[in-house]
Design a protein around this ligand. Structure first.
Ligand code: SAM
Length: 268
């Protein structure tokens, strides 16, 4: 690449560019893109993953926030008719404008860590147009996504993501794979939206509400944290022990509580 296109990594855009060829190949192998598929890469940066993704023959849309990277990306990939660049904020992007239930997106990204949680929630709102997602995230976030009930990692993020998706923690990546190196360890996660929800709630927004309230004070009992929403009788009617703490409840139990709330209606 010529001197002209040397890009200085910007902290405010969460820019930690991948430069370890072994790690890049391992990620591309895990994604295993094929011609005929429709990929969406969030934050292509200087194209570390983009090159292999477009090389698969798949159709590739990319969303990049940093305007300064646009000329470089156009120069490297713009000639390929399968490539479409959207300059803008992935948090505001309407995924249904490029994907549909019959043309589902395979979403990929070495994500800026500061936006990863809101971005995952934004993507879950469009789960019906998503085939699967492969993300590089802070390792700690991947551990929360893949957590099981009973431990300190189990919380709002685990429950809401597992409501919609199967989660696989694929492998860890050390800071040395990036330039500049981040201060934290990273990991690759695969999220696959369920074709049929294993524990469908009557109202997913109420599930979110119950989970948020329950984990607001995770050391307290459910009876205490949920008292604005559900009485102890309601909690027991949902076959849940009100003296438990939220981290002891599995997804199915949270869905039963949300369904009880749906039947009772939100308190005035
Ligand atoms: N994919 C490249 C790589 O692996 O080397 C870059 C990864 S870097 C961690 C994150 C990228 O996301 C940067 O290119 C950054 O400019 C871009 N980005 C940051 N915030 C974004 C947003 N809200 N929407 C889209 N892209 C964003």
């Amino acid at each position: 690449m010529s001197e002209l296109y040397v890009h200085r990594a910007r902290k405010r855009f969460g820019q930690n560019f991948l430069h370890d060829a072994g790690v890049i190949h391992r990620i591309l192998r895990a994604i295993h893109a094929k011609a005929g598929q429709h990929l969406l890469e969030i934050g292509p940066g200087q194209g570390a993953l983009t090159e292999g993704l477009i090389g698969s023959g798949a159709k590739l849309d990319v969303i990049e926030l940093d305007q300064d990277l646009v000329p470089l990306l156009k120069l490297r990939f713009g000639i390929n008719p399968q490539f479409t660049l959207h300059q803008g904020d992935a948090l505001k992007f309407d995924f249904a404008s490029i994907g549909s239930p019959s043309d589902k997106l395979r979403v990929v990204g070495n994500l800026p860590y500061n936006i990863s949680t809101p971005l995952i929630f934004h993507l879950l709102d469009h789960a019906d147009v998503i085939e699967d997602m492969h993300f590089m995230l802070q390792k700690e976030v991947v551990e929360r996504l893949a957590a099981e009930p009973g431990g300190g990692d189990w919380g709002r993020l685990s429950i809401m993501v597992q409501y919609y998706c199967r989660v696989e923690h694929l492998f860890n990546v050390g800071p040395g794979a990036f330039n500049p190196p981040p201060k934290v360890d990273s990991a690759i996660v695969r999220l696959v939206p369920h074709a049929v929800l294993p524990h469908p709630a009557k109202d997913a927004k109420l599930l979110e509400r119950v989970v948020r309230e329950a984990f607001n004070m995770r050391r307290k009992t459910l009876r205490n944290t949920l008292k604005q929403l559900l009485s102890n009788e309601d909690i027991e009617a949902a076959a849940v022990d009100g003296s438990l703490r939220p981290e002891q409840l599995d997804l199915a139990a949270f869905v039963r509580l949300a369904d009880r709330l749906a039947e009772r209606g939100l308190p005035a």
